[in-house]
Design a protein around this ligand. Sequence first.
Ligand SMILES: [Zn+2]
Length: 378
Amino acid sequence: MRILGAEVFEIEKGFVRRSICTDGEVISVSSGDGKIMDAEGCFLIPGLTDIHFHGCMGEDFSDGSPEGLQIIADYELSRGITQICPACITSPESALIKMCENAAQFKSKSKSGAELVGIHLEGPFLSAAKKGAQEASWLRTPDKALFDRLQGASQGLIKQVSIAPELPGAMDFIREASKSVLVSLAHTEADYETSLAALNAGARKITHLYNAMPPFLHRAPGVIGAAFDFLECRAELICDGIHIHPSAVRAAFHMFGEHRIILISDTMRAAGMPDGEYTLGGQEVQVRGKAATLKDGTLAGSVTDLMGCLRMAVSMGISLSAAVTAAAVNPAKALGIYSYTGSLENGKYANMVLLDENLSIKAVIFKGKIVENGKYFH
Ligand SMILES: [Zn+2]
């Protein structure tokens, strides 16, 4: 396929008007089948990677349901998210094992939807004082043996673990776990020194910067200040227009630079669904408009999707190229999949999204095939 006339996203250069070809599953110098797509006036960007979301379309990854995970993967792909690394919510071990086994099954059998590139273990190793919408009764102190059992059940699919570094045993856990997975600091009361020690021990990311952690204060900069000072540390940012004020989103991009910010959606099962009553990790959630909250008003995930977050970031004054870098390039680098996806370079999978001038999706292309309702055909 030859795509003509689009403004094509290029690393460092931003957008360049040029044609792009696909041959079979990959981006190529020449077109395989000679088909032509007219993309005049459109933006062509890499497929996005959401490394932190819980569900959508009434389904939650933590349910451990094969049909549910397929619905999630199909919906995400239809929204231009070509790679997914869904997150669990704090749950009993039996539920986490079921979720891990379900993901491993999906990985080996699925024939449609976004590519499952990993699992994000968000909990149970989190602080009760900053639990957010995590169920307190299932929180645990860091336990490498439990982590290993879950990793075994997932057949190695766990790629990220979120942890509060002030918990007993956290530093040893971080040192060990970071040898094989990305460790992210989350749901924490840690001060600056503890956070910096965790980064030196091997943590390399902050889970939903600002949310469920102390604020950045001039004499107590906390985890946010430590993350800023540690140049190899990336920071997730929920950009749904609810979780973080636009000024704080702009500040984060300026502080960290566009190459260290990872946009995430943190969606729960009501994403793509009407207002109503839902659940998250066994707790009741009310969805009204763009906000999902527990009974006490605590935010309980978002109801947008990562493409919606990209659009929201642009509406807040972030450049389109910076927003694409944060939603496509950086998450792929963080998960170690950038060698085959996350940018529009020859030889990589032809995973891309065509957006019109309003950033609405005109077409999603996955491994060189045009996606319809999340379905593609091998
Ligand atoms: Zn969270």
